[in-house]
Design a protein around this ligand. Structure first.
Ligand code: PEP
Ligand code: MN
Length: 350
């Protein structure tokens, strides 16, 4: 929830509101808007409506977080590159589910880069349903991903399953993925909120839109405003696909939130022959981009082979997208991103 202050509210009035919020057992975080000051309230907000905050001096209005506060949309940018998510450019993130070996990763990277991907995905830390399944290569995998950036000029997106992984990722990657299973891991979200890297936040397996937006709020309330939402399918009674890709959430999220939202038709369907149709549909409903799994030998992939596209399918998807994107006023850049050195977290931010 946001307590928006009147434009002429005094520092004493703002302080008094923060004190009252804390007294009531909530947390207050200041948010400096371009024209007005606001206080974001977090905690269990049940019953807060009856606490009379709107009556206090200096308060202009109270906004439930699910309503837009910032009128302009967030465009996530990446240092030393012209890649954006949430602007005119349609973002495509492609790569294998997991980094399995240097050879496998380079093969896939070469193919997706040649087909026009400017961002590369690959899990070095894998959240697997079974503890006995491949758990990822860890830091060795991150080093391979950093080499992909140097060789092919793509930005690197990779998943942090916990705080330790997140800290390692900050040394090697360009964007932190928080997976569906961790969407409500609030301590991880808060740590991501203190990272200098943008965050790709995937919707939980059974999360509502409001829960997804509140998870994003956890990240932003710690200072990191560069959050991209991701629809990756939810659990339903449907048994013809692994998950049900909920494309209706894309315009719904765009109505309520200033954050970009991309679609993951790979996890959203679980089957590679469904990925292209759902990718095209995602573009058509106005998604800000896609994240898709691609493998040069999906039958032998260590994770998610059934939903991983062959490189030729990925190239076909990109070319079909070129037909749809002008209709929704989006562009597709395939200019390679200039390679750059890894971002180190600033001292004192971790
Ligand atoms: C993934 O991107 O490989 C992944 C594990 O996704 P999700 O968290 O959406 O299941
Ligand atoms: Mn996967």
């Amino acid at each position: 929830m946001l307590v928006v202050m009147q434009s002429n509210a005094s520092a004493d009035e703002i302080r008094a509101i923060c004190e009252r919020i804390e007294e009531l057992g909530f947390r207050a975080h200041s948010v400096e808007g371009t024209e007005r000051y606001a206080i974001a309230v977090t905690g269990d907000l049940h019953g807060i409506e009856s606490c009379g905050l709107e009556e206090l001096p200096g308060v202009a209005e109270i906004i439930r977080i699910s309503k837009p506060f910032k009128p302009e949309n967030t465009v996530v940018r990446f240092p030393n590159s012209d890649v954006t998510i949430g602007g005119e450019e349609f973002a495509i993130i492609a790569g294998p589910c997991s980094v399995e070996s240097r050879e496998q990763t380079m093969k896939v990277a070469e193919k997706v880069a040649a087909a026009g991907a400017r961002m590369f995905r690959g899990g070095a830390y894998k959240p697997r349903t079974s503890p006995y399944a491949f758990q990822g290569m860890g830091v060795e995998g991150l080093k391979i991903l950093a080499e992909v950036r140097e060789r092919f000029g793509m930005l690197i997106v990779t998943e942090a399953v916990d705080k330790e992984a997140l800290e390692a990722i900050e040394d090697y990657a360009d964007m932190i993925q928080i997976g569906a299973r961790n969407m409500q891991n609030f301590s991880l979200l808060k740590r991501a909120g203190r990272s200098p890297l943008p965050v790709l936040l995937k919707r939980g397996l059974s999360a509502t839109l409001e829960e997804l937006l509140m998870a994003a709020e956890y990240i932003m309330s710690e200072g990191n405003r560069n959050v991209v939402l991701c629809e990756r399918g939810v659990r339903t009674f449907a048994d013809h696909s692994r998950n049900t890709l909920d494309l209706s959430v894309i315009p719904a999220a765009q109505k309520l939130s200033h954050l970009p939202i991309i679609s993951d038709p790979s996890h959203g369907t679980g089957k590679r022959d469904r990925v292209i149709p759902l990718a095209l549909a995602s573009a058509a409903v106005g998604a800000d981009g896609l994240i898709v799994e691609v493998h040069h030998d999906p039958d032998h992939a260590l994770s998610d082979g059934a939903q991983s596209m062959f490189p030729e399918q990925f190239a076909a998807m990109v070319s079909q997208l070129r037909g749809i994107l002008p209709v929704v006023h989006r562009t597709l850049s395939d200019k390679p991103v200039k390679p750059r050195a890894a971002v180190k977290p600033e001292a004192g931010r971790s």
